[in-house]
Design a protein around this ligand. Sequence first.
Ligand code: GLY
Length: 577
Amino acid sequence: MKKYFFVSTLLILSFSCKYVAKKEAGTLSANPFSYTIHKKITCSNGAIVSAHPLASMVGAAILKQGGNAFDAAIATQLALAVVYPGAGNIGGGGFIVARTAEGTNIAIDYREKAPGKASRDMYLDSAGNAVLDKSQNGHLAAGVPGTVAGLFATLPYAKLPFKQLIQPAIELAQNGFAITKAEAASLNTIQEDLKALNTQANAFQKQTPWKEGDTLLQKDLALTLTRIRDKGKKGFYEGETARLIVEEMKRANGIISLEDLKNYDAAKRNAVVFNYKDYQVISMPLPSSGGIILQQCLKMIEDKNIGAMGFHSAAAIQLMIEAERRSYADRAEYMGDTDFVKVPVKKLTSDAYAKERMKDYIPGKAGNSQQTKAGVIGKESEETTHLSIIDKWGNMVAVTTTLNGGYGSRTVVGGAGFFLNNEMDDFSVKPGVPNMYGALGTEANAIQPGKRMLSSMTPTLVLKNNQPFMVVGTPGGTTIPTSVFQSILNIIEFGLNAEDAVYKPKFHHQWMPDVVYVEKDFSQPVIDSLKAMGYTIEQRGQIGRTELIKIQKGKADSAYTFEAIADKRGDDDADGY
Ligand code: GLY
């Protein structure tokens, strides 16, 4: 019975959800060895969308047990750390943007920090060349993990005991679960790296190829989660887990110390809050560039009646690209951790500045990133992950969390069973040298001990008439803010339904390189029109995995109606009741 703790909970609760686009008929499967993926759900008591069906199932079970959106956010992140090891994590970091039912905005920063022994030029060789292998792979790539501190910083807003929230994750790690086809394929791609970057055998290594339905057992991770359950934050940042992390560091020239771990804490920030027409947008501030980019992009187009141009018209896309060009130029020049550097946030986000930046925008003619510098102020494997949650009281929670690249540094902490991030690569390792996302940076994002590296994660909430309207976010490195920008406009300007807003092909521009990336199924006539304007267009793999909840009916109509959409681009799953 204990084995299926959350499973049994699901079985005894009645469902009021209408499942659409199920893989198979029947109620939600409750067995971690046989489960289905649900891409869309309409319900009124609580909804959750995450990158994995078992994680969404855990979140929904917690909501049904009386937990609120914060409880579900904690439990789901812990479950993702087990069932989605490529990006779900306790060895990485993230951000939570939330709004309580009473209307308080919350932004919690649990981004990783540079270790105390980190230094500005630590990834340069003796000739001054950047050695990106070191910032991206193995022990030296890891920043001090923030996720567990973030979970405990979220706990005061939750209702249920932490032990109840972590138990499903412990059981999934201890008893195992069946991996999906995508997970099998993904684990097979990292086998060589796992050999090269680890000093001890781990649960993710296998002599024969992984295949769909194989059981992933994570006994060491179960022990680590149990220590966190029993000792709280100290169960990770001190004692046995901390000792195991530091021993792992010592085996391969890593620099995270016991002191770094003990001193780590999450930080409360002031959310980025702004109006776009009739809507209020709430998003993540620095050290994520996401909220500021989103604000800049929306403000640069606000007076241009983009809705009338039409969804995926060349004119609308061009306008959005030009806003993105200007905003990402500012990202590279000015943005970094405000605990360490002065960033002119007020100016960057002022309406007057947005107008000024678009003065040289010419409809029908491509801009040029060599000429568009930052404003005068005074490739990624993109394996981040996002979850969106809302509960029946109206608490809205958006969480984006990451190891940076897929499986982070691909180093597993020996005896502790979890991947360490490779977030150090999100610093500007050397001015002018692009990181794994092609992003450039300057002094503002240079490495300093204890500093947080600049992020693009954009967990976002949208209100209409001060009432919940949308919870949205996505993984995707530097493509995150532009995907959120598109998802919001798709609904509020172009009138798409929530499903189309997520599923329709996406595009991305980030100033440098001066290229517009489009997904493979992007309309060829639109590509041709953009080329005729002077844009360089490149096809690329999928952009992001957007998890979106649209609030169809507000509480004023007696009860909420939520529509939750899980992106078709992965195993993403919508659940709720
Ligand atoms: N590691 C991706 C980001 O934080 O933007």
